[in-house]
Design a protein around this ligand. Structure first.
Ligand SMILES: *[C@@H]1O[C@H](CO)[C@@H](O)[C@H](O)[C@H]1NC(C)=O
Ligand SMILES: *[C@@H]1O[C@H](CO)[C@@H](O)[C@H](O)[C@H]1NC(C)=O
Ligand SMILES: *[C@@H]1O[C@H](CO)[C@@H](O)[C@H](O)[C@H]1NC(C)=O
Ligand SMILES: *[C@@H]1O[C@H](CO)[C@@H](O)[C@H](O)[C@H]1NC(C)=O
Ligand SMILES: *[C@@H]1O[C@H](CO)[C@@H](O)[C@H](O)[C@H]1NC(C)=O
Ligand SMILES: *[C@@H]1O[C@H](CO)[C@@H](O)[C@H](O)[C@H]1NC(C)=O
Ligand SMILES: *[C@@H]1O[C@H](CO)[C@@H](O)[C@H](O)[C@H]1NC(C)=O
Ligand SMILES: *[C@@H]1O[C@H](CO)[C@@H](O)[C@H](O)[C@H]1NC(C)=O
Ligand SMILES: *[C@@H]1O[C@H](CO)[C@@H](O)[C@H](O)[C@H]1NC(C)=O
Ligand SMILES: CC(=O)N[C@H]1CO[C@H](CO)[C@@H](O)[C@@H]1O
Length: 818
């Protein structure tokens, strides 16, 4: 019986995802050309241009007809012996080969290669290449570099990133990247996909109103950066070559891209558009919050691309800012790869920002000089040649950018082939293994927010009638009905009613039907929340409430239910559901994000106890009044006392929440113990030499300030490690997963610091009654770091606190300088 219920629920939800996904596709397609939404296509137009990649039209999955730029066999096809070009000489390093190639081009040929749609240069044996493909949570056809048709109709759609992040499982994050890149390589072999993917989205969620929370790994910079590094490594790394010393020759499976750099998290809020928004950002927030995930994506993930954003930062468009691009990304972080513009962001410099009234040619010149290599759009290709002729562009800047681009294509095997992947084909898309991984990601991400009296999991043995209610099932109604008539065993009805025609729930007319449906049911599952009509790219929220009459629907259904009510919240951003949290008839609440193509199965597994949930919220769920009198456009993370603005994220906000960052329950219970117990206070003593200078810090209590308040981390050796073991015991009666979150807090008297910050985490599985010892090791500089008002990274002296979990264990570390 469980199986039937599972199947019903899965099918029902699967259908709602079809609706969600096609909405996403429509929303993306319907927007201006400058936008690019991320979604999975389930059914796709055949906008086939078979010349986009180097594959012979009827190539087989075995790759027998697979070809590449320098393939000697191309002589028969194009009449050029490619081996006569030095850029095809495998003995030379990639940058030298790329310089040779660029050196053979005329200025106008060069310029044709600077847009995402890089045209063929038959004279040099170059074919057309579209750089724009997307793989946010599975291959997508949003970019023209990838398309689906009868040959490759579909790719595996993993849960949206915010839900996958809630698993707090690094291995899972990387595995998804690996599965996606395998499908991408297979699609490339079949001439349906590119090699360069503009994913992941790694902007920190600063404000709960942001429409793109679904795409991101949440509000903590370290969690976001850790997700980024893992997903990028999953996409890019070829086993055995990860450690290649020369990063300019490190082979790539596909190329990943960290986006959108930086301080980009206002889409369209009360008329403020990302295309003209000027984010006023302090250097402190930049280093500590906005840039940290990008730094980790480039340094730890070795991403081969980074995308600048639409907005300005402190007056300067990010895509034309030499400090942000050339100096920081290329200089300080040492990017090995190319920098790309968000689509048409060079154009918006002129048209939307009207920045310094620059001309088209000047915008192109300033962007190229700042370090922007590739334009997603046509500005570089359209104005690049004239701009050079009139002296707004140095041809040397074009050459440098083209070398960056071709080196990445060479690392991908675009010039020399990559036999490792030749056998990938149709049979590698949507494999049973990938679908299982998508299901597992949803299971691991789902968060149990409330579970009074252990109401979940539902036991099917005494469940005769189940009611499923909620606006998320629009398309599935007929299907559920059919199924119920045809296959549902007599005597065990499933009553389904949406209650509202859609998520916006503008009229209350169909609420009575939902109330009717729960009548007599032994349990009610209420599926509520948001969708892409409420929160999406180009669409920020104005409130944190359930839309329309959803609250009314929920309350009336709850009142009419005789059995327990389970509320399933489908949304990315947090929603104020205090009314439901407080309602004693709503026994359990689950958050399921937007759980991907296998989400229905995962939800059923959790509801009926086949899977014990262990996910944790990667964002704070604020109360609705949090955003009153506080514009989304103020970028500060810290409270602004003079204006009465509260702080943002768990690091800076001390007020009441609906559910805090890191919240998540289990069907079992865990106990923590530090083994062996560390001394009450450990000490790290760092001896300074007389070349080293102490840094001052503002203290709330000046008399508490130590003589040497802090040191610049750059000036320390930073060898000290903080090591401990946590013994996690499953003291309940069910096997389960536990996420162990570790935080540090700085000395209490320092003014203007974070309350606490995540320094690491691990997800483990512990059988009932068993325990597991989990070792942790943290670098003291990285993990106790604070960033001062000028953006310097410091290790402060004084007493720091390490907290494990929600205060389940903690100890102190005294840092001394002498
Ligand atoms: C691909 O290129 C060939 C030769 O250049 C041309 O004949 C054909 O029309 C092109 N196909 C498409 C779909 O553009
Ligand atoms: C790419 O550019 C070529 C011209 O070089 C054009 O024919 C083609 O339509 C463009 N493709 C896309 C997808 O924009
Ligand atoms: C870019 O960085 C390099 C090396 O750090 C520096 O020499 C050059 O002047 C910079 N260019 C611009 C335009 O900032
Ligand atoms: C841009 O041009 C407008 C109209 O000519 C002028 O009012 C404005 O001051 C100019 N802005 C800058 C930054 O030069
Ligand atoms: C480039 O300059 C030429 C000569 O001034 C002009 O005719 C042409 O329209 C310009 N092209 C663009 C795209 O502005
Ligand atoms: C749990 O069940 C007991 C006994 O039925 C009841 O008294 C109590 O109020 C319930 N608690 C909650 C939080 O529902
Ligand atoms: C829901 O279904 C109805 C009837 O089929 C349709 O008119 C309506 O547009 C659908 N709403 C959404 C959001 O798909
Ligand atoms: C929920 O309960 C809390 C604590 O009792 C109370 O402060 C809050 O006002 C209640 N909220 C709602 C929406 O009922
Ligand atoms: C300030 O710090 C000093 C030294 O630690 C301590 O004695 C004093 O009580 C503190 N004052 C306040 C108001 O906390
Ligand atoms: C399977 C397939 O398409 N094979 C083709 C590979 O290319 C050779 C030469 O062009 C053709 O003869 C094969 O039919």
């Amino acid at each position: 019986m469980t199986k039937t219920l599972d199947f019903l629920l899965s099918t029902y939800l699967f259908l709602s995802f079809l609706v969600l996904s096609s909405d996403a596709a429509a929303a993306a397609g319907g927007e201006q050309t400058m936008s690019h939404g991320q979604c999975m296509a389930q059914t796709c137009p055949a906008n086939a241009d078979l010349n986009q990649s180097l594959v012979i039209e009827n190539a087989t999955p075995t790759g027998s007809n697979f070809t590449f730029i320098c393939d000697p066999l191309r002589k028969a096809q194009i009449g050029i012996d490619m081996s006569t070009f030095a850029f095809c000489d495998k003995k030379l390093p990639y940058p030298a080969r790329a310089r040779d190639l660029v050196g053979r081009m005329t200025l106008s040929e060069k310029v044709t290669q600077l847009g995402n749609n890089a045209t063929a240069l038959p004279r040099l044996g170059l074919t057309r290449y579209d750089w724009w493909s997307e793989a946010l949570h599975g291959m997508s056809n949003v970019g023209p570099g990838t398309f689906f048709d009868n040959l490759v109709p579909i790719a595996t759609s993993f849960p949206t990133v915010i839900l996958t992040t809630a698993s707090f499982n690094e291995v899972l994050w990387k595995s998804i990247g690996e599965a996606v890149s395998t499908e991408a390589r297979a699609a490339y072999n079949l001439a349906r996909g590119g090699l360069t993917y503009w994913s992941p989205t790694i902007n920190v969620v600063r404000d709960p109103r942001w429409g793109r929370i679904t795409e991101t790994p949440g509000e903590d910079p370290l969690v976001v950066g850790t997700y980024a590094a893992n997903y990028v490594r999953g996409l890019q790394d070829i086993p055995g070559t990860e450690k290649t010393a020369d990063l300019n020759s490190r082979p790539l499976k596909v190329s990943a891209c960290c986006k959108h750099y930086t301080a980009y998290d206002v889409d369209n809020w009360q008329g403020v558009q990302r295309y003209s928004f000027d984010a006023k950002v302090t250097e402190q927030d930049m280093v500590e919050t906005f840039n940290r995930p990008f730094e980790m994506c480039v340094k730890d993930g070795d991403a081969s691309s980074l995308m600048c954003s639409y907005n300005r930062v402190n007056g300067i468009p990010t895509c034309a800012d030499p400090k942000l691009l050339n100096e920081t990304v290329r200089g300080e972080w040492n990017l090995h790869g190319y920098i790309v513009a968000d689509c048409d962001s060079v154009e918006v410099i002129v048209d939307a920002h009207k920045w310094m009234n620059v001309t088209n040619e000047e915008a192109v010149g300033l962007s190229l000089r700042a370090g922007l290599d590739l334009d997603c759009g046509v500005y570089y290709t359209k104005y690049g040649e004239n701009a050079t002729k009139i002296g707004k562009v140095e041809e040397a800047d074009i050459d440098k950018s083209l070398v960056n681009l071709y080196v990445v294509l060479m690392r991908l095997g675009y010039f020399d082939g990559n036999p490792t992947f030749n056998n990938l084909g149709k049979q590698d898309m949507c494999t049973a293994q990938h679908i299982e991984l998508a299901t597992e990601a949803a299971r691991q991400g789902i968060v149990l927010l409330k579970n009074d009296n252990d109401t979940l999991p539902l036991s099917t043995s005494n469940l005769r009638t189940l009611a499923v209610v909620g606006p998320h099932g629009n398309a599935s109604e007929a299907m559920i009905g059919n199924y119920a008539f045809d296959n549902w065993k007599p005597g065990r009805p499933l009553n389904y009613a949406p209650g509202c025609v859609d998520v916006q729930c503008k009229d209350a007319n169909s609420i009575p039907q939902a109330v009717q449906a729960v009548n007599g049911a032994d349990a009610t599952i209420l599926i509520a929340g948001l969708d892409l009509s409420i929160e999406a790219e180009g669409l920020d929220r104005n409130d944190l409430l359930l839309p329309g009459n959803q609250v009314q629907l929920i309350n009336q259904v709850v009142d009419a239910s005789k059995g327990p009510v389970i509320l399933v919240m489908m949304c990315a951003g947090g929603v104020d559901i205090n009314f439901a949290k407080n309602n004693t008839k709503i026994k359990a609440i689950l958050w399921v994000g937007y759980p991907g193509e296998e989400g229905g199965r995962a939800i059923a597994d959790v509801v009926f106890g086949k899977y014990n949930p262990g996910g944790r919220l990667p964002i704070t769920w604020y109360q609705a009044d949090y955003i009153n009198n506080f514009p989304m456009t103020s970028m500060q993370l810290r409270p602004v006392d003079s204006q009465g603005y509260p702080g943002r994220t768990y690091r800076f906000f001390t007020g009441p929440t609906v559910f805090p960052f890191g919240h998540g329950l289990s069907y079992t219970k865990f106990a923590y113990q530090l083994t062996p117990p560390p001394p009450q206070k450990s000490a790290i003593t760092i001896k300074l030499n007389n070349q080293q200078h102490c840094r001052d810090l503002e203290y709330k209590n000046a008399t508490a300030k130590p003589q040497c308040a802090a040191m610049l981390i750059n000036e320390l050796q930073c060898k000290e490690q903080i090591q401990f073991d946590v013994e996690v015991q499953n003291v309940g009666s069910k096997d389960g997963d536990e996420v162990i979150l570790v935080y540090s807090s700085p000395p209490a008297d320092i003014a203007g610091t974070h309350i606490k910050q995540v320094i690491g985490f691990k997800r483990i599985s512990v059988p009932a009654g068993k325990s597991q010892k989990v070792p942790f090791s943290f670098n003291a500089c990285t993990s106790l770091m604070i960033v001062d008002v000028g953006g310097s990274r410091l290790l402060a002296s004084g007493v720091h606190t390490i907290t494990i979990g929600d205060g389940l264990a903690s100890f102190l570390i005294q840092v001394n300088y002498n």
